[in-house]
Design a protein around this ligand. Structure first.
Ligand code: TYM
Length: 326
């Protein structure tokens, strides 16, 4: 049997380079060989404050980003999580076999609690159980996601193991499908690229001017120190971006300038912007084509979600029977 893959992205805005290199590149690689479902996880999106008036448009933007990036509806299914109600049913059933204390201890839950102290809702605590259900609904073996999702995948494996012990072998224990961009650094100098940190990201839909502007405010140093390249901080992150975009010649040139203590960061940023934009340009052209053809996108979604519901219902039939809910 073909291996199965599931991955999802929240509808919190346009995709940035972190999402692209950490997740979407992995999705593009696996769609060629495995049975894949790639989702916009709108039920996860609503666990933090959001605007119900713009949610469906935000979901649509991610779908357009997926299609423009090259996810091919002939090769994979594109799912909108809330259109497949089996996700929430499976999440509830799985929640009955997992301990609350473990969820309270997860770093992502603690971060969100600190970020939104007035909005510590049940959905937030439930988040990893719903994510486990997402993957398990399709019996996922591989999950193309960035390294930040590893704690959630550990929970998924624990839940799958527990279910199999209690009710008989049913689910694989999924593993992360890794990409070279599993951790894309922030442009703000420290931490990872993230939508919620202003100045940290470049969107896939940014034009050359915007990319240049965003890079211009990335921190560097005086450029006269020389010596070996730093391992962390703003300068290290700019070099990491060159590496992630496989701009080896540009990397070598500026590495030599750095070692010699005569690097000009404005030139490096200019060349990096060009390298990034060159990769994004075909994406942006394809995106326009899909934007101009909403009917085609609706058809893809209709067909894909119908197929997802069918597959999901097969798993649910098996799960309900095994849990004695017949
Ligand atoms: P989300 O929406 O935060 O991020 C989407 C994907 O982008 C990756 N990513 C990064 N990768 C590398 N470097 C970065 N700076 C960076 N920033 C984001 C994330 O690792 C992720 O792959 N919990 C998930 C959504 C989810 C899901 C699922 C994923 C819900 N159910 C089932 C896989 C399978 C999340 O919040 O991703």
């Amino acid at each position: 049997m073909k291996k199965r893959v599931y991955s999802g992205i929240r509808a919190t805005g346009r995709l940035h380079l972190g999402n692209y290199l950490g997740a979407v590149k992995g999705m593009l690689a696996v769609q060629e060989q495995y049975d894949c479902v790639f989702a916009v996880v709108d039920l996860h999106t609503i666990t933090v404050p959001y605007d119900p008036k713009t949610l469906s448009q935000s979901v649509r933007e991610i779908i357009l980003d997926y299609l423009a990036a090259g996810l091919d509806p002939e090769k994979c299914l594109l799912e909108i999580q809330s259109r497949v109600p089996q996700h929430t049913e499976l999440a509830y059933l799985l929640s009955t076999i997992y301990q609350v204390a473990r969820l309270e201890d997860l770093p992502t839950y603690k971060e969100k609690k600190a970020q939104y102290p007035q909005y510590v809702n049940m959905g937030l605590l439930f988040y990893p159980v719903l994510m486990a259900a997402d993957i398990m609904l399709y019996k996922g073996d591989f999950v193309p996601v960035g390294i930040d999702q590893e704690p959630h995948l550990e929970v998924t494996r624990e839940i799958a193991r527990k279910f199999n012990q209690m009710f008989g072998p049913t689910f694989p224990e999924p593993v992360r499908f890794k990409t070279p961009g599993e951790y894309v650094p922030s442009l703000a100098g420290s931490g990872k690229m993230s939508k919620s940190i202003e100045g940290s990201f470049i969107n896939l839909t940014d034009d050359l001017e915007t990319i240049k502007k965003r890079l211009a405010s990335a921190p560097t140093d005086s450029g006269t120190a020389g010596g070996a390249l730093p391992k962390e901080g703003g300068v290290a992150n700019l070099f990491k971006m060159l590496q992630l975009f496989r701009a080896d010649d540009v990397y070598k040139k500026y590495e030599q300038d750095y070692i010699a203590g005569k690097i000009r960061y404005s030139d490096l940023k200019h060349d990096l912007a060009d390298v990034i934009f060159t990769e994004l340009q075909p994406f942006q052209q394809r995106r326009k084509e899909f934007e101009n053809n909403p009917k085609r996108v609706d058809e893809i979604l209709e067909k894909s979600n119908e197929a997802c519901r069918k597959e999901a219902e097969e798993t649910m039939g098996e799960v309900r029977a095994k849990m004695g809910l017949v």
